[in-house]
Design a binder for this molecule. Structure first.
Ligand SMILES: [Fe+2]
Ligand SMILES: [Fe+2]
Length: 279
């Protein structure tokens, strides 16, 4: 059971997050993108990448339902964050859809078919506790932020100011989401450091991006994205995992100790701290 201090800290963090969003980060996915700066001659791979991002973003109903279910019994701040998060994520899909249509890379019929085919699959919550999902959210949002930034740079290089703006605005939101989750994980660490580190090790070992297995032709799409955006496992570790672990103030030694304890517990067939969550 989470302490009053934990609830109170998260409540204040959510208010700060919300105030910053209202004052500095609100944007309109149609009105705030300079559509006259579209370059219709960008390579078709750019459209495939934008469509893949859109595909991943499009499982929003599942993310909201799954995310809210997991945090429902945790804290008010996490429930409110999940609701606000859904609204912000929706705009990412809107902006990418607009670009795909206005650039002429996709027709309305193609977009309709794409969205219909996406909903034949369903995203399943990868972890079952609020703490593990918060850790997962930190990695996932930070990875998405980094990927969007790289694609913003590419769009700029190829002279598409509209697509670059879509990616920049999306990236800014993803960064804010990652930072909120990152702060919440710090609070979890303050509450129960050993169990939270065990959860971090568990989530890192089982982490995969949300589109895997549900966006059509995901593997082929990711190959193109790796070509275009140079994102691979090493890059993920360097740009996402290690900086985040450092930010949380966790040493490699702590992670190694927790992993060793997990192995010992598995051998003795005992539940580990990662399976006895705070919330
Ligand atoms: Fe997003
Ligand atoms: Fe996000």
């Amino acid at each position: 059971m989470a302490t009053f201090e934990f609830h109170d800290k998260l409540y204040k963090k959510f208010h700060k997050f919300f105030d910053d969003a209202e004052e500095k980060r609100r944007w309109h996915p149609v009105k705030d993108v300079p559509w006259d700066k579209i370059n219709k001659d960008v390579p078709d791979d750019f459209a495939l990448c934008a469509e893949t991002f859109l595909g991943v973003e499009s499982f929003l109903p599942d993310y909201i339902r799954g995310g809210l279910t997991v945090v429902r019994a945790s804290t008010l701040a996490q429930r409110w964050f999940a609701a606000n998060w859904g609204y912000e994520e929706l705009k990412h899909s809107m902006a990418l859809t607009e670009w795909l249509l206005r650039s002429g890379k996709r027709t309305e019929e193609q977009m309709f078919d794409f969205h219909s085919s996406l909903m034949e699959e369903e995203w399943q919550v990868p972890f079952n506790t609020a703490r593990q999902m918060t850790i997962y959210g930190t990695f996932q949002e930070m990875a998405t932020f980094v990927i969007y930034l790289r694609h913003e740079k590419l769009a700029k290089e190829f002279g598409d100011g509209a697509l670059a703006t879509c990616y920049r605005l999306n990236a800014r939101d993803e960064c804010a989401h990652a930072k909120f989750y990152e702060d919440v994980v710090k609070c979890y660490l303050d509450e129960d450091r050993e169990a939270t580190i065990a959860d971090i090790a568990f989530v890192a070992a089982n982490f995969q991006m949300p589109g895997v297995g549900i966006v059509p032709d995901y593997d082929k799409r990711v190959e193109v994205m790796r070509e275009e955006g140079k994102m691979d496992r090493d890059f993920f570790l360097k740009k996402v995992y290690f900086p985040t672990i450092k930010h949380w103030g966790i040493t490699r030694q702590e992670l190694v100790s927790v992993a060793a304890a997990r192995r010992r517990a598995a051998r003795a067939n005992k539940p580990t701290t990662a399976e006895t969550p705070l919330a």
